[in-house]
Design a protein around this ligand. Structure first.
Ligand code: MIC
Ligand code: SF4
Length: 642
């Protein structure tokens, strides 16, 4: 039997394990990326491993998340990362150069290679045929040191695209349709591979929009074939030599096949507060809007921006709407300026923002109270915008631009005609904001610059054989990492200061959580299905570790968060019988005994002292994860085995 595209890349990078779905596999990683909000921690962890120089083909540290610099904290982190990068062999993309995923696609992506990044939207580079996976910072640190990256071998889903998108219907509408079909947990344990006749009608940036937002499906990653369109993209980026053709074998096996006719798609929106709450814009109707934001790693390519400029040309943003636009990279920004499109955007009244993540992670541009904001971003979780009661709708750049003019949610197909843009065959290449590392011979001389905000990260210890404590929190389904460890302008600057961050843990779910944990000396978290969906931030594990959380007991986990809990030495457990979720209440006294044997056997009994009942829990761990849990997390495990 033949192989899928993803299986081909996995096979050529397989260091350990067998390619049977669900089995633990270890992959050789060719490239890594970090961004600054997860990067400081990842590099502190890399330093703790004591490896002088990265062993990957290419590692890049981007500064794109924390660029508000409302105090010294962010700038200190930037300097720390810059000095670490220089010393340890890592390329450094300076603030101002743009969003990690957009730049990585433009300047470093290579079909057939593996990439892991300490950001959940790393699969963006799947748009060009890379196996690109989001991971926790510690996993990225290990990969930089030459270690394998472990995942459970995913199942393969094929999305068969036929037809061609109609004018004003966008790649964003394709991924919103996939989200509507599969839901935010439908991709867990799967790689989503796109194929079919419709693929060649999509440009690489369009493909990247689709693979980017595959993160919202919970998928391990998403990938497109590397075809002629991909070759042309690399040629336009002056990197044709990086192209390798990559298709699935004709007899490749897929566990699931979904058909989507591109010609039948309509402009869609994901309504508050979940990316899978999708409806056609025409069905939602002309709701009044307060804000429109265009950008983020999902929709900030030159193609996206040119389409927006074309719609805004000669028009003015509606008086009741604030329109913000953030191009994805310096390359995009520069080319917009050179072709005059930037002037069109400015003339329309758009507020031009720095090319960075910005409002996507609540760094500025929070909507008004109860405001309705249309965003071309990928996440609309409650509170993520910085305004707790705002309603965020995720839409395409076309829908965003048309609505910004009308002042109400507008189906852009009603504008009529074609949406003609011309994308140059050659992009403007100027890598002057990407600093190469110092030569190895000079590395010793480079001093690491540590600001006062950079505090040591909490170190885990092996679990005791009996562990007891209270249920310090009980949550419902689909808890996101934004709930666990919120970001935004007020909190994000403290990503390298876990003690301070701990005050905000679960703040929007239960403001007393942090104090309750501190009083109780930690305990257990009880949760529902798809616990930990969303970002890769390991702070959502490191902060609970700092607060003394020993185990998280839920109906099911999102992939990256579960891996981060294990890396941090916190036991991830699931109910064998989901109904037992109802058998635990907040503050119940819980006891886990015979923990070490339970980790080995995969099943642990929880005694609820308050109700007097026993509950069967599953410790669904691979052999390596069992060893990691017994060693007390990934760092201890790596030290022990090196
Ligand atoms: C996000 O979009 O939530 C982030 C901010 O990019 C995160 C990473 C982080 O929390 O720093 C992600 O997607 O992994
Ligand atoms: Fe940045 Fe938003 Fe993309 Fe996360 S999703 S990397 S915050 S632009």
């Amino acid at each position: 039997m033949g192989y899928t595209i993803a299986e081909k890349i996995i096979k050529s990078h397989l260091v350990s394990g067998e390619m049977t779905p669900g089995a633990d596999i270890g992959l050789k990683i060719d490239q890594t990326l970090t961004q600054d909000a997860t990067g400081t921690m990842a590099y502190l962890e890399f330093e703790a491993m004591g490896i002088p120089r990265v062993k990957t083909e290419r590692s890049v540290a981007y500064i794109d998340h924390n660029t508000l610099q409302t105090g010294f904290e962010n700038a200190d982190d930037h300097r720390f990362i810059q000095s670490v990068a220089k010393k340890h062999g890592i390329y450094f993309s300076r603030p101002g150069n743009g969003i990690c995923h957009q730049i990585h696609l433009e300047r470093f992506s290579k079909p057939g290679k593996t990439l892991i990044g300490s950001d959940s939207h790393t699969p963006t580079c799947g748009g060009i045929g890379m196996l690109a996976i989001g991971a926790g910072g510690m996993d990225v640190a290990v990969a930089m040191g030459g270690g394998e990256y472990h995942i459970n071998m995913p199942k393969m889903t094929r999305i068969n695209l036929t037809g061609r998108l109609r004018p004003y219907v966008s790649a964003k509408d394709v991924i919103l349709e996939v989200l509507r079909i599969m839901s935010v947990k439908g991709g867990v344990g799967k790689i989503i591979e796109y194929g079919g006749e419709g693929v060649k009608t999509l440009t690489v940036p369009e493909r990247a929009t689709i693979t980017n937002m595959g993160a919202e499906l919970g998928a391990t990653t998403s990938i497109f074939p590397a075809d002629e369109v991909a070759r042309q993209f690399l040629k336009a980026q002056g990197r044709e030599e990086d192209f390798t053709e990559l298709y699935p074998d004709g007899d490749a096996h897929y566990d699931e096949i979904i058909d989507i006719d591109l010609s039948s798609l309509k402009p869609a929106a994901a309504m508050p507060h979940s990316p899978d709450n999708v409806k056609p814009v025409s069905d939602i109707g002309p709701i009044k809007i307060d804000q429109v934001l265009i950008g983020s790693c999902t929709n900030s390519s030159l193609t996206d921006m040119l389409k927006v400029a074309e719609i805004l040309k000669g028009r003015t943003v509606h008086p009741d709407v604030s329109l913000g636009i953030a191009p994805g990279s310096k390359q995009v920004f520069n080319m917009l300026a050179d072709c005059g499109a930037l002037s069109v955007l400015i003339a329309s009244g758009a507020r031009i923002l720095e090319c960075a993540c910005g409002p996507c992670i609540g760094m500025g541009q929070s909507p008004n109270s109860g405001g309705i904001s249309l965003r071309t971003f990928n996440r609309n979780f409650e509170g993520r915008s910085g305004t707790q009661d705002a309603g965020i709708y995720l839409v395409s750049p076309e829908t965003a631009a048309a609505s910004a003019i009308a002042g109400v949610l507008t189906d852009p197909t009603t504008l009529g005609g074609e949406l003609k843009i011309s994308v140059p065959a050659k992009f403007t290449i100027n890598d002057n904001m990407i600093d190469p590392p110092a030569p190895e011979s000079e590395a010793d001389k480079i001093e690491i610059l540590r600001g006062p905000n950079i505090k040591p990260f909490p170190q885990s210890k092996p679990l005791d054989d009996m562990t007891q404590g209270r249920a310090v929190l009980k949550t419902g389904d689909n808890i996101t990492t934004d709930h666990i460890m919120p970001a935004g302008a007020k909190i994000l600057p403290y990503r390298s200061n876990i003690p301070y961050l701990s005050k905000f843990c679960f703040g929007s779910v239960d403001p007393d959580f942090s104090d309750r944990c501190k009083e109780a000396g930690g305990g257990f978290i009880i949760g529902g299905a798809n616990y930990g969906q969303g970002s890769s931030r390991e702070h959502a594990a490191l902060v609970p570790l700092y607060l003394g959380i020993k185990a998280v007991i839920v109906k099911s986990f999102a992939r990256i968060h579960k891996a981060n809990l294990i890396n941090a030495g916190i036991l991830p457990l699931t109910f064998e019988n989901e109904a037992d979720y109802d058998g635990i209440s907040l503050n119940d006294e819980l006891v886990l005994s015979d923990v070490k044997n339970g980790i080995k056997s995969g099943s642990i009994i929880l005694h609820n002292k308050t109700t007097g009942k026993d509950i069967n829990l599953a410790a669904d761990l691979t052999d390596r994860q069992k060893d990691m849990m017994l060693a007390g997390g990934l760092l201890n495990y790596t030290k022990k085995n090196s």
